[in-house]
Design a protein around this ligand. Structure first.
Ligand code: MG
Ligand code: FE
Length: 169
């Protein structure tokens, strides 16, 4: 399974790059939702989880992957997505932040489901633990966001009605 193992190490480096991007997005978006304290608190707590996820991936790569200088920079695809979040218009940004955050969690969930399947095939218990641990946190975040979307939407629309928002361009 040598070739398969090398493939999986490459996916882990991708996952690490994804988590670095998640960290940047979460710290930027948490600062922009000050009128939505529950969302802000959840983004901040997921930011802490995200740092832990990146640490788990690095620890695995250090123990099993050899050269950690091979840890990739953020891939173009993920970087472009995050840049889109960063350049959102001010007016409706909380709804777009919630939408983009949910989208990003789905990418993370799919990534860890892939790594979990690989861990099971390779009978790699360390990889299984890292993948399952990170997956559970992403699923919890996605479920929270999905549940909160109606309330975030209502709060946003009510704020826009009562003039609490900057005029839309
Ligand atoms: Mg993550
Ligand atoms: Fe996440």
């Amino acid at each position: 399974m040598e070739q398969a193992r090398n493939e999986v190490l490459d996916w882990l480096r991708d996952a690490h790059a994804m988590e670095q991007q998640a960290e940047q997005m979460l710290s930027a978006t948490a600062e922009r939702v000050e009128h939505y304290p529950e969302l802000q608190a959840r983004l901040r707590s997921h930011l802490e989880e995200t740092r832990g996820q990146a640490r788990r991936l690095r620890a695995y790569l250090e123990a099993h992957g050899g050269d950690t200088s091979l840890v990739k920079d953020v891939t173009g695809r993920v970087a472009a997505f995050a840049q889109g979040v960063g350049t959102m218009a001010a007016g409706d940004e909380v709804v777009k932040i919630a939408l983009a955050s949910y989208h990003f969690e789905q990418l993370e969930i799919a990534s860890y489901r892939i790594l979990l399947a690989a861990a099971e095939l390779l009978q790699d218990e360390d990889l299984r633990a890292v993948s399952a641990g990170n997956l559970a946190e992403e699923e919890a975040m996605a479920a929270w966001l999905l549940e909160q979307l109606p309330s975030i939407t209502r709060q946003y629309l009510q704020r826009s009605e009562t003039g609490g928002l900057p005029a839309k361009r």
